[in-house]
Design a binder for this molecule. Structure first.
Ligand SMILES: Cc1ncc(COP(=O)(O)O)c(C=O)c1O
Length: 391
């Protein structure tokens, strides 16, 4: 276990989650069943989406969506290099080609860079709401409409996040634009967690049915009900599906987490506001940019080391923070710098904006259960480092 004074993350798990899980265990129904159905219904309402399908991870969800939209060999999917490997691996898993487009000043995929990479083979755009900051979806939807492309949002960081006042998952009700699917992560460190888990939302009934069927082996409708009084033992396998279902034990945690999601987001917001306020005066660090009209769910609070003002680099700042008992992380090593994707032909220097951002990036501890004392310690350590290593 960590001996850090302030860990990078600590989940908000309390009596509510424990009681929900115990009730589920006592119910005798452990895997996908009534609790998952309840979690799907409540999550769909929360993000104002017509259909929701629970899955065992965001990675599984993104894979399922690509499969359900028949994206495969010969197709190209445009996404950002500044993301977790899962975003791109699922594209490769379905046999399609990932096409990376550089980021803008806010760290999210740059719409102009997307447009420059469209070819006759492009089938979909997969924007990532990096750190919980919504991408400029109006521009992305306009590009998709113009070129007849699918939009699949990687909303791994964006449960509880909003775009122009509407929850991520709701699209833009003012214009009627929305993505074909939005996929959330409930991994242990996420704003809302089930330990491992994810949710796909979609406005399209036909996609929703296909995603549901493919999520459990391709079994015909209401597969889990075959063990209930209303179900029957007989089923049909319609397509080659996957085993991507969420269990009722995980859904129980999700139901309790969802009930306090707004409260947890508000706490993250308050902590981020404190960081903004207290770090503004330090030239040693650049602070996160939130463009006008966009909102941030503060899944991550990413600062950048300003090498013009500090004698030490990012890696050394991380070490210095560690020496002062502060846990951190880095989001992300741009994908084109990894061996696997270099095997696909990507090279250092191709996405200078993503590389520059990575060079200085440090994700500070930020979680709903963080105390004022803990955030105070992080700020004290940063002030200390800024003055000790000032250029
Ligand atoms: C941007 C992004 N996409 C996808 C994923 C995959 O999520 P999961 O772990 O739920 O599969 C992650 C995980 O951290 C992520 O950060």
């Amino acid at each position: 276990m960590s001996t850090l004074k302030v860990p990078f993350h600590r989940p908000t798990i309390g009596r509510d989650e424990i009681d929900e899980v115990v009730r589920t265990l006592e119910s005798g129904w452990l895997t996908t069943g009534p609790r998952t159905a309840q979690f799907e219904k409540e999550f769909a309402e929360y993000v104002e989406a017509p259909h929701a399908q629970a899955v065992n991870s965001c990675t599984a969800g993104l894979h399922l969506v690509l499969a359900a939209l028949n994206i495969g060999p010969g197709d190209e999917v445009i996404t950002t290099p500044l993301t977790f490997c899962a975003t791109v691996n699922v594209i490769i898993h379905v046999g399609a080609t990932p096409v990376l487009a550089d980021i803008g000043p806010d760290g999210n995929i740059d719409p102009a860079s997307i447009e420059a990479r469209i070819t006759p083979r492009t089938k979909a755009i997969m924007p990532v709401h990096m750190a919980g900051l919504a991408c400029d979806m109006n521009k992305i939807w306009a590009i998709a409409k113009k070129h007849n492309l699918f939009v699949i949002e990687d909303a791994a960081h964006a449960a509880g996040s909003h775009y122009r006042g509407f929850p991520i998952g709701a699209g833009n009700p003012e214009t009627g634009d929305r993505s074909n699917a939005v996929v959330f992560s409930f991994y242990a460190t996420k704003n809302l967690t089930t330990g491992e888990g994810g949710m796909i939302t979609t406005p399209n009934q036909e996609y929703a049915e296909r995603i549901r069927m493919l999520s459990l082996h391709g079994i015909s409708k209401d597969a889990w009900k075959r063990y209930t009084a209303e179900g029957s033992w007989r089923y049909d396998i319609l397509e080659m599906g996957y085993k991507y279902n969420l269990t009722d034990m995980q859904a129980a945690i999700g139901i309790a987490q969802l009930a306090k999601c707004d409260r947890m987001c508000a706490r993250r917001n308050a902590l981020a506001a404190r960081y903004n306020e207290a770090l503004r005066e330090l030239e040693a660090f650049k602070l996160p940019v939130v463009p006008e009209g966009l909102s941030h769910a503060w899944h991550l609070y990413v600062i950048e080391v300003n090498s013009a003002c500090l004698r030490i680099d990012r890696d050394r700042v991380i070490e210095e923070l560690k020496l002062r008992g502060i846990g951190t992380s880095v989001h992300f090593i741009p994908l084109h710098l990894h061996t696997l994707y270099q095997g696909l032909g990507y090279r250092r220097g191709q996405f200078p904006d993503a590389e520059e951002r990575f060079q200085g990036a440090i994700s500070l501890p930020l979680f709903a259960a963080m105390s004022d004392e803990e955030s105070g310690r992080v700020l004290e350590a940063l002030h200390d480092i800024a003055s000790e290593f000032k250029k």
